[in-house]
Write a protein that binds this ligand. Sequence first.
Ligand SMILES: [Zn+2]
Length: 254
Amino acid sequence: MRRGNWKIKIAIGLLIVGFAFVQKCFNKTHNQYTDRVQNINMSADQEIAIGIQSAPQIAEQHGGLYQDQKLQDYIDQIGHKLVNASIAKETPYQYEFHLLADPNTINAFALPGGQVFITYALLSKLENDDQVAGVLGHEIGHVLGRHSAERIAEHEFWKTISTGASVGADAGGLVNGIGQNVLLGNGRDDELESDKLGIQFMINAGYDPEEMIGVMKVLKAAAGPNRTPEFQSTHPDPENRIEKIREAIREYQE
Ligand SMILES: [Zn+2]
């Protein structure tokens, strides 16, 4: 290697890192539904497309759709009631609710753009319509909060930074580690924001928001002493969430 080469490498590395930060500034968007400024580099149409594209694969990973039209209709009815009574209806997103056949994995999740999923394992643990509304409302919150799109932008930002860093100093691995922590840190706030939005949608649609606390208790009981359901492992501690849920109920019911 020729002497002086490292200077060029560092210069290119810094340029790439600088580019990542400039891009991040241009990607700032105000979310009118949550009143939050976010870094997002895709349109609502792109979010919808990603969601629709990924939905079949997600369903396949959970044993496909649950083969009972009556139960599927039940999920649809509650999901659409939540959407139609709230600000979710004013968004460009196309909400679809899917009941997955999976009898073991206690989970619910949302893809960007409006594809919402709940497993049969979770549905069978829920005690009433209000709790089902709580789970679906939380997931609608992820869509409206644009959490996936935000994570994708964050991921791309760190990927660019790590490219710059590895060109400049071969320290890509280190920066990758920081990126991961940032990703997980954001996830926690996303969950709390979704709980809060879920409470709002429940109240708008006439469901009992106290049952969101019921959902937390169901999740806790389902976990048992050793097993953590997926829905919980990617979410903050239920006790922590219950406290915030109580605050949100007080705030929206005044
Ligand atoms: Zn969540």
